[in-house]
Design a protein around this ligand. Structure first.
Ligand code: 5AD
Length: 450
């Protein structure tokens, strides 16, 4: 049977989509390989959120075609996901060796399309159509071999986003919000737990809007909180995480969930994007600085150890020095455990791309460097505070960089490395933190409590 190499760019949703495609292909008899050089089929699952991500995937594809076509004239090349959705046929016009372009609502058709291409029924396939019900098609998981199952799993709960932030391409690449029913999600989570999974991350482009149209509020609780409660009831599940939320979705019912539901991890990723009310309005974020600070305060009251992380865009059109200073001061006030910084990148079809006051690259670079310094300094202080303390971690498995180490995460989402072995995988254990690296904690195996 044919061999497939899948490379994924972008967010956790993309990782999850790739996993579901891989699982479908494996079920049909395809085998997965780790390199494009030995693959009959090469698929790039793409990201469009910034121009950089698109250019990287385009560059990778043309390099692979250049090398691959010489040795393997029949190799099949495909683009999947967000860039496939937004560019469609244009990708084949630009790279005529590309055979397959499959958008974000058609991942479940990839195996059929590959059959068509392999058997010569069709020469090129582009499918970027919308499909109703596609939110429920991302459900297959790769089952990792018996004795060493995965400790963590991602479960897709919804697709799309209706927020239309003016900088963001996601509503155009992922479509309208569509949510899966609670029982369907719970049963997928149950299956994962029965295979040994201890931590589940609920995934969607804007999870706090989960089920808004489909599921009525119940006893003042939004559909998203109802879903978390239902997943929380699963025996054997240790932790629940979710991503990506929107700050405006942190109503009191979600804040209270942190008080009531112990399996809900003590972490909130709150993408603030800017500290300036003027810029937040231009971005169409739906909250102001005051409201954001209020949410942070409420969450810290609900869970004193909560880890708070964020995404921030630097150089949004028209951002003045004063606006940028507001972002710096917000970071000082909140003290994020970590924040991902993004240089504003104009995206096609988005309102911000044609707003006045697009800033020069050099100014964006300069502000990015200043903010990065501050975020790193605050992060280092927060991580340093763990030295000498015990941290309870869920061990996920060997560290990617150093196989003598194992990696676990604290409930507040900090990575902890220590010298352990495969037998620690899946355990919840207390580790003493001895030193700190860049956004990483190190535990001493000598004082691990077993
Ligand atoms: N330019 C820069 N950053 C962006 N993001 C989304 N769109 C853009 C853009 N056009 C960032 C936001 C979002 C994260 C996933 O990517 O901060 O939260």
């Amino acid at each position: 049977m044919p061999t497939v190499f899948i490379k994924t760019y972008g967010c956790q949703m993309n990782e999850r989509d790739s996993e579901a495609v891989a699982a479908q292909l494996v079920a049909k008899g395809y085998s997965l390989v780790k390199s494009e050089h030995v693959a009959d089929i090469v698929l790039l699952n793409t990201c469009s959120v910034r121009d950089n991500a698109e250019q990287t995937a385009l560059g990778k594809m043309s390099a692979m075609i250049g090398l691959g076509r010489k040795d393997r004239p029949d190799q099949i090349f495909g683009f999947l996901g967000c860039m496939a959705q937004s560019r469609g046929q244009e990708l084949i016009d630009r790279l005529p060796d590309v055979d397959l372009v499959v958008g974000t609502q058609k991942f479940h058709r990839v195996a059929d399309y590959l059959d068509d291409l392999l058997e010569g029924r069709r020469k090129k396939i582009v499918d970027t159509d919308a499909e109703s019900g596609s939110e429920s098609t991302i459900r297959e998981h790769l089952v990792s071999g018996g004795s060493q199952p995965s400790v963590t799993a991602f479960v897709s709960i919804m697709q799309g986003c209706n927020q239309y932030c003016t900088f963001c391409i996601v509503p155009y690449t992922r479509g309208e919000e569509r949510s899966r029913p609670i029982p369907e999600i719970v049963s997928e989570c149950q299956q994962m737990v029965s295979r040994g999974v201890k931590e589940i991350t609920l995934l969607g482009q804007i999870v706090t809007s989960y089920g808004k149209r489909e599921i009525a509020k119940h006893e003042g609780k939004t559909a998203f909180v109802q879903l978390i409660e239902a997943v929380h009831d699963i025996d054997g599940l240790e932790r629940i995480r979710f991503t990506s939320p929107h700050p405006k979705g942190y109503g009191d019912d979600l804040v209270e969930a942190y008080v009531r539901l112990p399996k809900l991890a003590s972490h909130a990723h709150l993408p603030v994007q800017s500290g300036s009310d003027r810029v937040l309005k231009l971005m169409h974020r739906g909250y102001d600085r005051q409201r954001f600070l209020e949410i942070v305060q409420k969450l810290r009251l609900a869970r004193s150890n909560i880890g708070i992380t964020s995404d921030i865009i630097v150089g949004f059109p028209g951002e003045t020095e004063e606006d940028f200073n507001q972002t710096l001061s917000l970071c000082r006030e909140v003290e994020f455990d970590n924040a991902f910084l993004f240089k504003y990148s104009p995206r096609r079809d988005t309102p911000a791309a044609s707003m006045p006051g697009q800033l020069p690259e050099s100014l964006i670079e300069e502000r990015h460097a200043r903010l990065l310094e501050l975020v790193n300094e605050i992060g280092a202080r927060k991580y340093d505070a763990f030295i000498g303390k015990q941290a309870r971690i869920l061990v996920e498995g060997p560290s990617k960089k150093n196989s003598a180490r194992v990696m676990g995460r604290t409930t507040c989402n900090k990575i902890v490395l220590f010298e352990g072995s495969e037998r620690h995988k899946g355990q919840v254990m207390d580790v003493s933190i001895t030193r700190v690296g860049s956004f990483t904690l190190y535990g001493d195996p000598a004082i691990v409590n077993l």
